[in-house]
Ligand binder design. Structure first.
Ligand SMILES: CC(C)(COP(=O)(O)OP(=O)(O)OC[C@H]1O[C@@H](n2cnc3c(N)ncnc32)[C@H](O)[C@@H]1OP(=O)(O)O)[C@@H](O)C(=O)NCCC(=O)NCCS
Length: 378
């Protein structure tokens, strides 16, 4: 059946059928494979959640243990990938470094037998294992240091913080970071996931699929808002400046970063969980003015804009939490990519299940029958 109605950005156009995640923007509900995000955030770990997203059900004890062990066994990078990273400019954005490294994995694991379940399993394990190592390695290398080798005795989240900061993290902080990874692991078909699905539909290798998704997530309209929230809090500077800042934004129709969502018209459930984590973190490590500014900002924005359905989104508190965990600002989006790799892989696998190459149509708005003008006559 031909459909000729055009929706810019495909807004509201179903592009797939999926059983991976569900969002109800009116009720503020997010489920992964039918399980509420609140339950996963409080009871599961990121790797257990990744397993759920990718394989469709929660692992039993043995399955989870095997999965964790497999991931531990694949965390290291080939020395040639590290050598390649040494050639990257220090000033390059870590998302560009991650995209290049993810694509480079395809050179080392070049088989494309995506119909072989063993190949799919290996690729899932390799990507989940190596993406954090790549992010941490680039961070150290761009500062002139050798990358830190992953440690097999540390959990997924703790190992990443260890590789980043060259010291073992407090288990409380590692646990908070693990919950952040769970919260960002999947969110239906947003731009980067759609990009992953389109690439997957050509039956290319999974490293190209993830590289394509990373490239899409890198854009400021998608993954970059958490970074901008921290910049905005810095600009506001003091609690007293919050009200005039918001009034100025309202008067001039300027967007306040970390607020509003295309789907959620109530508070994003992930923002509620993150706010709670931020409170725990600030109680433990001490308050700072950014937290006070953020709390006041949420109060004033909700006073002035809740009637429009403008509430904090996931990025509002994640920037604050990452900052307190000592993660550099330009790593917020790569950290998002570490977590979202789970969702992208789940959609890659789902796409392969009932694949049909994406080939939408277009509405041509150009001319017809134009004469070719020779070069000398133009
Ligand atoms: C996420 C976002 C793109 C969703 O946009 P959207 O669904 O297209 O909503 P719109 O841009 O159409 O906004 C609807 C109304 O709310 C207002 N609005 C939306 N988000 C706002 C924000 N963050 N600050 C102030 N006003 C906002 C718009 O100005 C518009 O007002 P109007 O009806 O008077 O013109 C948008 O809220 C935004 O840019 N937020 C800031 C960036 C951000 O935090 N991104 C991360 C998203 S997870």
């Amino acid at each position: 059946m031909a459909v000729y109605e055009y929706h810019a950005g495909l807004e509201g156009v179903p592009a797939t059928q999926s059983s991976i995640s569900f969002v109800d923007g009116q009720k503020g509900l997010l489920e992964y494979r039918g399980i509420a995000i609140e339950h996963l955030a409080s009871k599961s770990t990121f790797l257990e959640t990744a397993y759920l997203l990718i394989w469709g059900e929660l692992p039993n004890r043995q399955e989870l243990q095997d999965f964790q062990q497999e991931i531990q066994g694949h965390r290291r990078l080939k020395y040639r990938v590290r050598d390649m990273m040494k050639c990257f400019p220090e000033s390059g954005h870590p998302m560009d470094a991650l995209q290049a490294c993810a694509a480079a994995l395809g050179l080392f694991y070049s088989r494309r037998e995506i119909s072989d379940p063993a190949y799919v399993h290996e690729a899932v394990v390799r990507l989940l294992a190596k993406v954090p190592t790549m992010v941490a390695a680039f961070q150290l290398m761009r500062n002139g240091n050798d990358p830190v080798q992953p440690r097999d005795d540390l959990s997924y989240a703790a190992n990443f913080l260890y590789m980043l900061n060259e010291r073992e993290p407090d288990p409380f902080l590692a646990n908070i970071f693990d919950v952040c990874l769970t919260l960002h692991a999947e969110h239906t078909i947003n731009a980067s996931t759609f990009s992953a699905m389109v690439t997957a539909s050509t039956l290319t290798d999974p490293y190209a699929v993830i590289a394509s998704a990373v490239g899409t997530l890198a854009g400021p309209l998608h993954g970059g808002a958490a970074e901008e929230v921290v910049g905005m809090l810095e600009t506001i500077g003091t609690v007293e400046n919050v009200r005039p800042f918001v009034e100025n934004c309202v008067a001039n129709k300027k967007k306040i970063m970390g607020f509003g969502h295309r789907v959620y018209k109530v508070k994003d459930p992930r923002a509620t969980i993150l706010q709670n984590l931020a409170e725990q973190l600030f109680d433990r490590l001490g308050q700072d003015r950014y937290y006070d500014i953020a709390v006041e900002l949420e109060k004033v924005v909700s006073e002035k804009m809740s009637y429009k359905g403008i509430y904090p989104n996931v990025d509002f508190y994640s920037g604050l939490v990452y900052r307190k965990l000592g993660i550099p600002t330009d790593l917020y989006t790569p950290v998002f990519a570490i977590s979202r790799t789970a969702g992208w892989l789940a959609h890659w696998k789902e796409q392969l299940g009932e694949n049909r190459i994406f080939r939408p149509t277009q509405i041509y708005t150009g001319l017809h029958g134009i004469d070719y003008v020779p070069m000398d006559d133009r």
